[in-house]
Write a protein that binds this ligand. Structure first.
Ligand code: GLU
Length: 419
């Protein structure tokens, strides 16, 4: 299949389609099956009118994209962000399809979004927005149809409101969303799961490739739910975190940062900025700091063709969704930098979402130890499969990860007789 030369001006969905085509090029699939996998199966756009605290009515726009449901109910988070437009949500929904297939958990892929800046809304406004959005998409949701979860700009509280709004229509249904607070049927270990999953993935990758983790210097972009947990847990592998950033600024100390103290400082001050004993670094230069492992754990498209040449890390671990553009991905590969792709690295979140859903359906709670053990098993298995395929076919880890996911979805499509 001819592959166009990638550029940074590609939209998010064009970029993910480019990665899809690259992965699928290593498989021998029917054109019809490929066609079915390229398109979203359903895309819903809704108006979300919200009465603001000042009495004004503001109409927000919300989406729920169900990309593919061949392997199980649609699954994926809901994002509250000014850039959460249809193209972005569609791209993220398709990433969920390949992510759940790669982890081999029984879900399809979906994503939701409301175009808004949650930092500018009060808690009662967010409550009203969440309820109205949920009501307007509720007819396509269900524990066996589509199960939303947290993503950028949403958290356990948002999921509690979603569960409540859905419950008003259908009765008490905790299995309708994941990432809930533990008090409402959330799973132990869900909040830490993407960070913990990243650590299991890195540990397995290093043991398979003979990479020495002890003393490896790590720079993490993003100190939210994913980045802060990755920062707190990566030290268990002997790695040293030397840089951390949030939306405002980065901090850097080549001798290592005390993560617990950074965490406390950030809680108190609302930012990592001003942490004593560390240099302050601008968000642009931050990704170019000298280090061994770079972890983009914030937003999409931060590694582009204009900065890929200046990345000094030897390994890029993609904790965020779609942090690297296809053009940058190619540039990094040419420079011999290993990129461990998002659909593998951050799969811990949706894997523990699967455990949460399973616990809700069985009305039985697992201990955190069991959650982490099962997470470790699935993350390490997926990592082994990706590394083995990449070595066998002499392709990148991203191409291998996509190929494995696509193969599983194609098989389900053909077995179910869609084509
Ligand atoms: N938003 C997370 C992701 O991008 C988790 C999705 C889920 O748990 O359904 O993987």
């Amino acid at each position: 299949m001819p592959l166009t030369v990638p550029t940074d001006s590609m939209t998010a969905f064009e970029a993910v389609t480019w990665f899809f085509n690259q992965g699928a090029a290593h498989l021998n699939l029917r054109d019809e099956t490929m066609d079915l996998m390229r398109h979203s199966w359903r895309e819903l756009t809704v108006s979300v009118p919200v009465r603001l605290d000042n009495g004004q009515l503001k109409v927000f726009v919300g989406y729920r994209v169900q990309h593919n449901g061949a392997r199980g109910p649609y699954k994926g988070g809901v994002r509250y962000h000014p850039n959460a437009d249809l193209d972005e949500v569609r791209a993220l929904a398709s990433l969920m399809t390949w992510k759940t297939a790669l982890a081999n958990i029984p879900f399809g892929g979906a994503k939701g979004g409301v175009v808004c800046d949650p930092m500018q809304l009060s808690s009662p406004e967010l409550n009203r927005l969440t309820r109205r959005y949920t009501q307007n998409i509720a007819h396509i949701l269900g524990p066996n149809r589509d199960i939303p979860a947290t993503d950028l700009g949403t958290d356990g509280q948002t999921m509690a409101w979603m569960m409540d709004a859905y419950g008003q229509l259908h009765g008490y249904t905790p299995s309708i969303v994941t990432g809930k607070p533990v008090e409402l049927g959330g799973s132990y270990g869900r909040e830490a799961a993407p960070g913990r999953g990243l650590v299991y993935c890195l540990e397995e990758w290093a043991s398979l490739t003979g990479y020495r983790l002890a003393g490896a210097k790590v720079v993490i972009q993003g100190f939210g739910q994913v980045g802060s947990w990755a920062a707190r847990l990566i030290g268990t592998l002997g790695c040293v975190v030397i840089g951390i950033s949030d939306v405002r600024r980065g901090i850097y100390n080549p001798a290592g940062l005390d993560i617990q103290r950074v965490f406390e400082h950030s809680r108190r001050e609302g930012s990592v900025m001003g942490f004593p004993g560390a240099d302050s670094v601008g968000v642009q230069e931050f990704l170019e700091l000298p280090c061994d492992i770079l972890v983009p754990a914030a937003v999409e498209k931060v590694i582009r063709s204009d900065n890929a040449g200046r990345i000094k890390a030897r390994i890029v671990l993609e904790a965020a969704n779609h942090p690297t553009t296809p053009a940058a991905d190619t540039a990094l590969a040419e420079r011999g930098i290993t990129v461990v792709p998002d659909i593998l690295v951050n799969a811990g979140g949706v894997i523990v979402s699967y455990f949460e859903w399973a616990q809700n359906i069985q009305e039985f709670r697992w201990e955190e130890e069991r959650v982490n053990k099962e997470l470790e098993r699935i993350m390490k298995q997926a990592t082994r499969e990706v590394v083995a395929m990449a070595q066998q076919e002499r392709i990148t880890l991203r191409q291998a990860a996509f190929a494995i996911g696509i193969q599983r979805v194609a098989r389900a499509i053909e077995l179910r007789g869609f084509v």
